[in-house]
Design a protein around this ligand. Structure first.
Ligand SMILES: *[C@@H]1O[C@H](CO)[C@@H](O)[C@H](O)[C@H]1NC(C)=O
Ligand SMILES: *[C@@H]1O[C@H](CO)[C@@H](O)[C@H](O)[C@H]1NC(C)=O
Length: 750
């Protein structure tokens, strides 16, 4: 869910310091390489006209363009704090007439989590630059049903015409001027009634999924005039869900003979067959699906044929991704949306669905012998391997949440599909039909959409350790090389926080969510994160929150999600710390053992007895309601910085007095890194509002600030991002991009 890019500035240049002022500096930004993916890839679209042109969209990590070497280039890194919802991409269309034109339907949520309406982002230069056409409703790139599609489509005969199918009952919309303005197509009889969970009071699962997809039949028209025949799939269950127009959208009729018991996920045209292929599932996805179907509609004859690859007890999933080979009419593939056990499944037919072959089967002698008709490589993202949280060795290689399945329209050997974790693909697909064995590769290099929840850069060992949502997190022994493995023993789906001991920095503590084996949600490492052991003093299944470890590594202070603040010394059973309020943020002094800090509201707390008791400090955090982060100068006991919704506060006396840093009106992630001059004050980094929201560095303890991000590097919501700074290399700074809502300790009020 929470995912995004991880970025590191490796060099600094062009310093222009003006005392007491905000200047800017050019940083070189690079992704810390995790190796690709790390989250759901709901859509991949090839351009039908320009060879090799393809794009992928993600639910919270923006959109990407495919490179010839199978890697991906991000297109939306420019989105900043004011345009963070650009990173939720609910639909994507690449223009078949003018391939340089690209359209993205963006917006993160249709409920209150995203206050902003959606927009169509329009590019005329393959996604290098965009203009935004604001829509009068919300778009939900991270909502249920985000793998349906594509619900945005360009007329292949008259490319100024674009249709977009909205969520939330807003219906079908049309532009006749390349996406600049839009009007609703009120003649479509249905706007989609399906709701995943009407009882969800958050609004997330209780909104209408809306229109599923829009598919032009280019064979019905001719170049230069609007295509007459268009099919539209609607997220209805139990009623008509596929409509057709034969007059460019003026009037619509239900396609006769269709099934109505499932939701149509994909509607893909095979032009030379004059056929529409439809995959159906009994839910909107992406996590669900216990039944479904695949149908072929013969447009000339007006007849439907059930071509579902499996039946009876073998049909325990719905269908998602559906691909048509444009070079080989009748060759089609379809993915099980979610076959959770033992493995995902993909089917291929070379005779229009009359017969199918599966990607794996119980063979040669039946269960439990599995014949896998592929060779598997995760060399670009080795963490997907045996230690990966969702993978028992050898299982679930193929993936889950498989809504994006495509065959290169110019190359029958080249295929790609998206999963809940990455993109897989290969370039020898025709071997499926000959030797019945193809290569399957993790090919999401450059598409980094992890949700990073915290970062540390200890003074020794690997320069970066991450706490990551859904995929656990990593000890990054090299920032440019994909990690071989995530954290193990315990393996959690999500690591929520991490800290190192100031005087024994090889000792690391992390806390998490979602361990079903040991039950412990606290873990310790004594070798810089290479190996771990559960903290047996933690109660089973207490999880989440914030964690800090004392300078001497003896004491762990844990502000849990639901069980208040707790402390443990020498691995003893955690005991309650009633003197620090529930939900407080916490930090340890990096120089003196036994000293901890906490903050809640505008009150700053200090403990000098290894976290057993806390007392409110005399100094206050002004009018702050939401403290975000406490960081310590590693060289000076009690030299502390606190970021809050009201600014940045600095104390040199353990909170006895605080100075509000002039000019900083809001601050979120903060970090101290190596000083500009040996022996000088550490460089202070902040995601903050200092006459503008962005990322800043101060080399003089907050007197003057240098803006270090630029127009090409917005990193979306500053309130959702984490940040750490290297104590060993001046100016090296690591930022983690994520989206806005309650991570990194801050409940951001937007
Ligand atoms: C396909 O090739 C891989 C790699 O050589 C092999 O491990 C696998 O068993 C083969 N599958 C079948 C069904 O022979
Ligand atoms: C902890 O959670 C796991 C997985 O849900 C469960 O099997 C186990 O019984 C729980 N333990 C306790 C003590 O609640």
């Amino acid at each position: 869910m929470l995912k995004l890019g991880l970025l590191a500035a490796l060099t600094a240049a062009a310093i222009s310091p003006f005392a007491n002022a905000v200047s800017s500096q050019t940083y070189t930004w690079k992704n810390v390489k995790i190796g690709g993916g790390g989250g759901f890839v709901p859509g991949i679209v090839f351009n039908p006209t320009e060879k090799g042109l393809a794009y992928a969209r993600t639910d919270i990590g923006g959109a990407y363009k495919l490179n010839a070497d199978n890697s991906w280039t991000p297109l939306l890194d420019f989105a900043d704090d004011s345009t963070w919802n650009y990173w939720g991409v609910d639909a994507l269309a690449t223009d078949p007439v003018t391939p340089s034109r690209l359209y993205l339907a963006t917006g993160m949520y249709t409920n209150s989590w995203d206050p902003n309406n959606g927009q169509i982002l329009i590019s005329a230069d393959y996604g290098k630059t965009f203009t935004a056409s604001k829509l009068p409703f919300k778009i939900g790139g991270n909502m249920p049903g985000r793998g349906l599609g594509e619900r945005l489509a360009v007329d292949p005969n008259s490319n100024g015409i674009i249709f977009f199918g909205a969520r939330s009952g807003k219906g079908l919309w049309k532009s006749t001027n390349f996406g600049v303005t839009w009007t609703q197509v009120t003649s479509l009889p249905s706007t989609g009634t399906y709701i995943a969970d009407p009882s969800d009071t958050s609004g997330y699962n209780s909104d209408k999924i809306g229109i599923s997809w829009v598919t032009f039949d280019q064979t019905s028209g001719k170049a230069g005039t609007a295509t007459p025949r268009i099919f539209v799939g609607v997220a209805n269950k139990g009623s008509t869900s596929i409509y057709v127009t034969n007059n460019g959208g003026t009037s619509w009729t239900a396609v006769p003979g269709q099934i109505t018991n499932y939701i149509p996920h994909k509607g893909v045209l095979s032009p030379s067959e004059k056929a529409l292929y439809v995959s159906y599932s009994d839910g909107a996805g992406p996590f669900d699906g216990g039944a479904g179907a695949v149908y072929r509609y013969d447009i000339t004859a007006g007849t439907w044929k059930d071509i579902t690859p499996v039946s009876g007890g073998d049909l325990y999933f719905g269908f998602g991704g559906l691909a048509v080979d444009m070079q080989k009419p009748g060759t089609i593939m379809v993915a099980a949306l979610n076959s959770w056990w033992p493995e995902g499944q993909i089917f291929r037919s070379t005779n229009s669905g009359a017969t199918w072959t599966p990607f794996w089967e119980w063979a040669p002698s039946g269960y439990p012998n599995m014949a896998k008709h592929y060779s598997y490589s995760n060399s670009l993202a080795p963490w997907l391997g045996p230690n990966y949280v969702d993978v028992t060795p050898g299982n679930k290689q193929i993936g889950w949440m498989m809504e994006a399945l495509v065959i290169d329209p110019f190359d029958s050997n080249h295929w790609l599909y998206g999963t809940g974790a990455t993109i897989y693909g290969g370039r020898d697909l025709l071997k499926w039909d000959t030797v019945r064995n193809v290569s399957l590769n993790a090919w999401a290099d450059g598409l980094e959409e992890t949700a990073v929840l915290n970062l540390i850069s200890p003074p020794s060992g690997p320069s970066l350790l991450s706490a990551v949502g859904d995929i656990g997190g990593f000890s990054h022994t090299s920032l440019g090389t994909a990690p071989k493995t995530g954290y193990t023993n315990p393996t959690w789906s999500t690591t929520v926080d991490i800290d190192f001991a100031g005087l024994k920095p090889a000792t690391i503590v992390r806390i998490g969510n979602g361990d079903s084996s040991s039950g412990k949600q606290v873990a310790l490492s004594y070798d810089s994160g290479a190996t771990w052991s559960p903290h047996y003093g933690a109660a089973d299944n207490v999880s989440g929150g914030k964690v800090a470890i004392s300078a001497d590594a003896a004491t762990v202070l844990w502000s849990t999600n639901t069980n208040g603040v707790q402390v443990s010394t020498n691995s003893a059973t955690f005991s309650n710390v009633p003197s620090l309020p529930s939900g407080a943020i916490v930090a340890s002094d990096k120089k003196t053992a036994g000293i901890f800090y906490g903050a809640s509201g505008s009150t700053f707390y200090v403990s000098t007895d290894s976290g057993k008791t806390f007392a409110a400090a005399k100094g206050s955090l002004g009018a702050s309601a939401y403290p975000a982060k406490i960081v310590l100068n590693p060289g000076v006991t009690g030299d502390v910085w606190v970021s809050t919704d009201k600014g940045l506060f600095h104390s040199t006396n353990s909170g006895a007095t605080f100075a509000a840093v002039a000019g900083v009106t809001q601050a979120w992630a903060i970090a101290l890194g190596a000083p500009a001059k040996t022996g000088g004050y550490p460089a202070v980094f902040a995601g903050a509002n200092i006459g503008g929201v962005g990322y800043y560095r101060s080399d003089d303890a907050g007197v003057s600030w240098v803006k270090i991000n630029d127009a090409a590097h917005g990193f979306a919501s500053v309130g959702g991002n984490c940040l750490t700074a290297d104590p060993r290399v001046y100016g090296r700074y690591v930022d983690l991009s994520s989206f806005a809502s309650g991570i990194c300790g801050l409940k951001r009020r937007v």
